[in-house]
Ligand binder design. Sequence first.
Ligand SMILES: Cc1cc2nc3c(=O)[nH]c(=O)nc-3n(C[C@H](O)[C@H](O)[C@H](O)COP(=O)(O)O)c2cc1C
Length: 180
Amino acid sequence: MARIGLFFGTNTGNTRKIAKQIKKRFDDDTVADPLNVNRVTAEDFAAYDYLILGTPTLGEGQLPGLSSDTEAESWEEFLPKIEDVDFSGKTIALFGLGDQVSYANEFVDALIFLYDFFSDRGANIVGAWPTDGYDFTTSQAVVDDKFVGLALDLDNQADQTEARLNAWLKLIAPDFDLPL
Ligand SMILES: Cc1cc2nc3c(=O)[nH]c(=O)nc-3n(C[C@H](O)[C@H](O)[C@H](O)COP(=O)(O)O)c2cc1C
């Protein structure tokens, strides 16, 4: 089993695409192939001490799932399956996709739901990301002046994705013992 689990939710595939870009940078002993959370069991997910988790924000600042008209089940339906898992001692980094132009008042809001869920269960969440270079009005995902994870906007700033991803992976590398 790889050391680091890589899981995502998605509606139209952008978050899967980013997860694949992350995986491409590491061998199979380091990072597992990315899996959609609608295809994993609680046991498979909880088996990892290191997790990288991705989500888009959908609906009105929501996690993907049936209530935000996501086509299949997603984080909304998966989180209840792991609500009794103790994540203390585990290290988690989050990345979120959003659209800062069309959803300037709820940019990457869904990150905060993952952040709250896993910090409430003891996880050490790393990888807070500066808000410089984005143009949005409000985001629930900003805590102490930083996003609680990497914010990506493929709708408006696709050309910045690779540089942001590289810098963020370097940022979390010490916590995840990544060979970067
Ligand atoms: C119906 C709908 C609602 C959305 N709501 C939000 C939102 O509240 N906040 C945000 O930052 N982005 C929002 N977005 C933008 C998506 O998060 C963005 O397009 C993302 O790249 C989609 O990722 P996916 O392809 O993995 O589903 C919304 C997009 C759609 C289609």
